[in-house]
Design a protein around this ligand. Sequence first.
Ligand SMILES: C[S@@+](CC[C@H](N)C(=O)[O-])C[C@H]1O[C@@H](n2cnc3c(N)ncnc32)[C@H](O)[C@@H]1O
Length: 303
Amino acid sequence: MLDQATLSPFEGPLHDVARRVLVRHPEHAMYRAGVLSASAYYAFVDRIAPELVAAGVPACEVHFAKRYPRDPELFVREALARLAHAGIVPDATPQRAGAASAMEHAAQYDHGGYGTFIYPEEALLLSALAAAWSARSAVFLGSYYGYWASCVAAEIVTRGGRAVLVDPDPHANAVARRNHARYGDAVRVETATGAEFLAAANDTFDLVVIDAELPRSHPDPDEAGKAIYRGLLRDVLPHCAPRAHFVFHNILFEDVTGDAYLAGIVARNERELGRFRAVAARELDTFVELASTEGVGVGVRLR
Ligand SMILES: C[S@@+](CC[C@H](N)C(=O)[O-])C[C@H]1O[C@@H](n2cnc3c(N)ncnc32)[C@H](O)[C@@H]1O
């Protein structure tokens, strides 16, 4: 039994909670259909904020609803086109079978009391990228309870590949293990910090997914919040195959909504992720920010 303090106030994707409210309003369908302008949609989100909060969306998370894409599949198609143009994926065409299987696994996931800020377009995106890159050896640093990894595990394992999920939280790992047990030894869940795991690992990875986070009250500013990305990126580099691909959650430096709270998130990221960005600029050959709900960074290292 999990300690209630470790559990989220909502279970599963936060987007599911918000969506139950959004679909009650015609503006949501109009936005998805492309007949409501972005600015009218932002005003709509502000108007229904109390309803979203009453349904269980934390007040600060309501602002992110302004960044929901009109259509997750369209988001992925546009993202792949941009990444193909940047030379990060070979081809701009998403593989539909993989996407369907990713969403099926995501829908069947046993969240074990945990909640996730991985949004539908971010789940689909990771699946599309793993397929486009034919990933065979993935590491997830800050795998939490394994939800994001579940969007690509079947894809990787079917190709004869393997994945390792790394997180120091044993409770979250137990949920990840339960959900990934069907893959046998092809998916390992390691209870360790990324630094501990990488110091002892002999593995080589062609896909690195980083989503670790420490409390912002952590005494070391180089580790607090998402600042931990810098050390994890530095530590994983010796374990990377030539032409390794990288996916980072919460890369949000550009926001077009005009929302003051989100402007604050950008300012915080500038401070917290500044040193990570410098390492990424030096060590990755290309790095692109995609404007998903929480922001995703995608990179490639050719060396
Ligand atoms: C809470 S999750 C991020 C949530 C995720 N974005 C989602 O919405 O599903 C961050 C995870 O990073 C893990 N973590 C903290 N320090 C870490 C480290 N040094 N190495 C790897 N993971 C770490 C935490 O245990 C936690 O499970």
